[in-house]
Design a protein around this ligand. Structure first.
Ligand code: NDP
Length: 404
């Protein structure tokens, strides 16, 4: 029924491609276009090995997604209905430009971030609203798990449980063990930039800034563990406080183990996480890019990963009848199980499955509007139903306040 291009061939792209292959009545033809084409070829080889009955036709090609004319050429030659961008946030704007030029829809899983400033916000991509509207095209931003499913969960709270949400806490626990001294679960450069930045949360109509990892508390993650969790700034907070204006406070929490924080502190202390290029033997390199090169690739962690992830959204406020209410919506995924299914660890899996679901809802016309949108602006029910169908079961816990 539909032709799509997946841009990127990393941990998340691997999952998106395999989920498209499983969902072959929607995704009939897929081109994986990326910088290092052998990684895309390896994904396709695994699909042929593990999903031999899939009818989806796969091909691969090289593209530099920083280069609009190159992207335009690849898109024109293949003629897809949409592009699923699972390269890096640095490429969001060039890919959106290429989509506008070629008249195809767009989806990504992380908002634009300039390479030379450690700062991410939606303003750059929201600035494309009018152009997408005029072109009759849709761009769906941040359709992974967080951002992505967490906004679907918030919209679900608002639709089914709350008259007014006052307090929103998004919690992300990775209780897995990959057996390495230090590694990041997704692109190390993007991950470390996110964690070493100042924290930020929304309270009473304004952003409150914290030092990195300054605020923490122990949170119980149902079916998984109680883990120390830290307040981080996370991009979905920016759109959620706009789209749900009754929110008085919105925070994002993530778990980190002591060993992880110790490594990070040392790396930061010696300047290895810096994005400022230095001269090394006549070559300009940013220390964090070098660090990425020596750390394990996220996709290489998958084979020996054990344990679970638990990501959810706690809402507190006035229930549908005006009563005080607290409610939690969440998913638990198991690293070993996701490896068995798609040869990926849980963090790539929980990102890639929602990206496939978002694309499916766009291609089948269930979520379809011209313009640039965040995930919570659409009906959450078909998305939740698809999560249950495609490997991310959604659970609910009523009346227990997990985050104080
Ligand atoms: P990886 O680093 O594993 O993969 C990124 C891929 O993009 C690589 O194949 C890389 O190519 C390719 N790429 C990078 N630059 C270019 C370029 N200029 N042109 C073409 N291809 C390029 O990252 P992940 O798969 O872990 O993450 C993918 C995206 O998902 C990121 O944007 C990340 O922020 C996002 N994410 C979102 C989450 C969510 O829940 N919303 C959670 C986790 C990740 P090469 O192989 O040559 O390096």
């Amino acid at each position: 029924m539909s032709k799509v291009i997946i841009i990127g061939a990393g941990g998340v792209a691997n999952v998106v491609a395999k989920k498209c292959a499983q969902n072959d009545s929607v995704f009939t033809e897929v081109l994986i276009a990326t910088r290092t084409v052998r990684k895309a070829d390896a994904i396709v080889a695994e699909i042929h090995e593990h999903l031999p009955n899939s009818q989806t036709k796969f091909s691969t090609t090289t593209v530099d997604a920083d280069n609009v004319p190159e992207l335009v050429k690849v898109i024109r030659e293949f003629g897809p209905e949409m592009v699923i961008n699972v390269a890096l946030p640095y490429q969001d704007l060039t890919i959106m430009d290429a989509c506008l030029e070629t008249g195809v829809h767009y989806l990504d899983t992380a908002n634009y971030e300039p390479k030379d400033v450690a700062k991410f916000e939606y303003s750059w991509q929201w600035a494309y609203r009018e152009r997408f509207e005029k072109a009759g095209l849709m761009a769906l931003l941040g359709c992974g798990f967080d951002p992505g499913a967490t906004q679907v969960f918030t919209a679900y709270h608002a639709k089914h449980h709350f008259k007014e949400i006052h307090y929103l806490d998004i919690v992300d626990c990775n209780n897995g063990d990959h057996g390495k001294a230090f590694a990041t679960n997704f692109n190390p450069e993007i991950n470390i930039r996110e964690i070493t930045a100042n924290g930020r949360y929304w309270e009473n109509g304004q952003w409150v800034e914290t030092a990195p990892l300054e605020i923490s508390q122990d949170i119980y993650y149902p079916k998984v563990a109680t883990r120390k969790s830290f307040v981080l700034y996370h991009e979905e907070l920016e759109s959620l406080v706009i789209n749900f204006p009754t929110i008085k406070r919105a925070r994002f929490w993530m778990t980190f183990g002591e060993a992880y924080i110790k490594h990070l502190n040392v790396l930061e202390g010696i300047g290895m996480t810096s994005i400022e290029p230095i001269d090394f033997k006549g070559q300009q390199i940013a220390p964090i890019e070098f660090l990425k090169a020596v750390l394990p690739a996220p996709e290489s962690l998958a084979a020996n990963y054990t344990g679970q992830t638990c990501i959810g959204v706690q809402a507190k406020g006035l229930g549908k009848d005006g009563e005080d209410k607290v409610h939690f919506v969440y998913n638990v995924s198991d690293h070993a199980k996701t490896y068995k299914e798609v040869q990926a660890q849980g963090v790539s899996y929980t990102t890639g499955v929602p990206a496939m679901i978002g694309a499916m809802l766009m291609l089948t016309g269930v979520w379809k509007r011209a313009g640039v949108y965040n995930v919570e602006e659409f009906d959450p029910d078909p998305f939740i139903a698809a999560m249950n169908e495609w490997g991310l079961p959604v659970d609910e816990l009523a009346g227990i306040e997990l985050v104080k």
